[in-house]
Design a protein around this ligand. Sequence first.
Ligand SMILES: [Mg+2]
Length: 270
Amino acid sequence: MPGILFDLDGVFYVGGDPIPGAADALAWVCGRRIPHCFLTNTTSRPRSALASKLAGIGITVEPDAILTPPVAASRWIREHVEGSVVLFVPEATRAEFQELPLAKGEDREKVGAVVLGDLGEDWDFSTLNRAFRFLMQYPRPSLIALGMTRYWQAPEEGLRIDVGPYVKALEYAAGVEPVVLGKPAIAFFDIALSMIGCAAGESVMIGDDIRGDIAGAQAAGINGILVKTGKFRPTDLQGDVRPTAVLDSVAELPRWWNERYGVASCRLRP
Ligand SMILES: [Mg+2]
């Protein structure tokens, strides 16, 4: 069964404004019972807040259908990690990990995984060094990164370092390879596919980011459909990434799907 992975920001809304026709396109997907879910690299807001934002622009989405890096990390840890988990994440993100065995974070406590998020102002030498010491235990715990974003633009004060540089610092210091959960990491797309029970080759990812959405999906064996909304720029099409299709917006999805896969059936043609 083919499925659809949707990016949120730039596909359904830009800032607080809905993309025209996006709600109708999603209603069409639901009406056709095409399996789908939503992927976002947002770590600062829980899924319920994202679902509320979508509801505000007339789009109904169950929080459980949204995959964020903390949710993916929690799933990955349940499947791959034995032992407790120590979190270096903001307070708002901790709720997504509450079902896991959490370490107290005390010195010399044995842990199975170290999770790194965007701690912002709460990073200092002793915090980073505490994470480093956990990673130097034997057997080595898994280092889980909630994305690898290098920096972001804060509304008033300007650029701010994100989680990526801290992951790199610990990777270098401890000599460990991080598991990155967030677009464009393949593991993130794999978890999304398992959420909807669909195979990669038959499914599509719809997004506005030529690298994070399209190149990432294609590396995971998923068809990448680029929309010309959100952060899309015409120069995106002059690089080395070749999307499976380019649509003016997600509103064109039903027409594209019917042309390519047929009106009567959701099965993809070979
Ligand atoms: Mg986007």
